[in-house]
Design a protein around this ligand. Sequence first.
Ligand code: T4K
Length: 377
Amino acid sequence: MPLAFEQPVYVSRPLLPPFESYSRLLEGVWGRVRLTNKGPLHDALEDALRHHLHVGHLSLTSSGTAALMLACRALDLSGEVITTPLTSQATLHALTWCGITPVFADIDSATLTLDPHAVERAITPRTRAILGVHVFGIPCDVHAFAALARRYNLRVVYDGAHAFGTEINGETVLTSGDATTLSFHATKLFNTAEGGAVIVQDPEHKRRIDLLKNLGIQDEVTVVLPGINARMNEFAAALGLANLPIVEAEWAARAAVAEIYRSRLAGIEGLDLLAFPRGVRNSHHYFVIRIRGGRVSRDGLYESLKEYNVFARRYFWPLCNTQPSYRDLPSSKPENLTAATRAGEELLCLPFYGELGTGGAHRICDVIEHVSAGRSR
Ligand code: T4K
């Protein structure tokens, strides 16, 4: 069998439910003629997700980016917030849109999440919060950040865009800190095409987020907060309700793909697998490899895979601190962010979704073995 795939294989492929289960929900939308503004499917999905994720207060939003902005507003954050450069631009832009100055701190090179020691060194009298990212579903050191928050009187927000289903010792990571945001973008394990959510501990924060995402409207004649429109509509909520019953099966299918990748790629020289900390349940959003010191460079492998119709991604390179919007910040200097800079140059996300199947995973491993051995097509 030739090694190249006949059709392009992308880094992700959105989970879609059987069409009938979605169309059944749409019949209700047509019947009610209620398309958005806290419709019944919106409320049903909020309830279903609260139960599924074992969290107390959850508010749906129109995207993960909007969820981050709402979390910052609900907690009244201002001044400086310390965060990681190894993340989506969305994490940084949310801060900027809220008038907050991002301050970069380095990551731990093993977990790829913010290093608590680097965070402590970055704290100034203007620091109001830590914004950790459970990047690739690897949980931040939530205990260390809770301790820093107590010592320096800070808020802690987590960008959990990749952490739907991440657990530590059987407990969800989503209830750590003051707020955790989720993304339900098409490329995420659980998707509503576009969407997201904020999970908070304090019911007053949930009340504020519900107001803020609806333009601050309390009733027909009263607007109590300067909100935005970040509501989830009924079509997105319907997709979420249809996808939720099949998300565990998707997770299991991805776990099987991950098992093939792990067993086949472990022995390849210069290629490392990410080690999840003990007791952590992997959310299986991404399958990430790290390429260093072998015969083929990260960028070499990325380019070679394309020749076989395999489109891996170099998330999150170039790092946020190198982009025009942020590179002039004092904390953006690469010498301040050595572990993140190295990771940014070495990480590669392989195609990862249930439909790839173990057969697809084996074929991709065949290609990687072939390319890593220095052979050409
Ligand atoms: N925080 C973190 C840590 C995040 O990673 C993100 C988003 C956010 C916050 C913000 O959440 P949102 O506001 O987006 O809800 C993608 C996503 O657009 C973005 O949501 C995600 N992170 C980021 C890591 O990845 P791109 O530019 O890489 O996506 P794109 O369009 O290249 O898609 C990747 C592949 O997926 C395509 O090659 C093909 C496949 N695909 C994609 C879409 C959209 C499909 O097969 N069908 C589709 O509909 O950003």
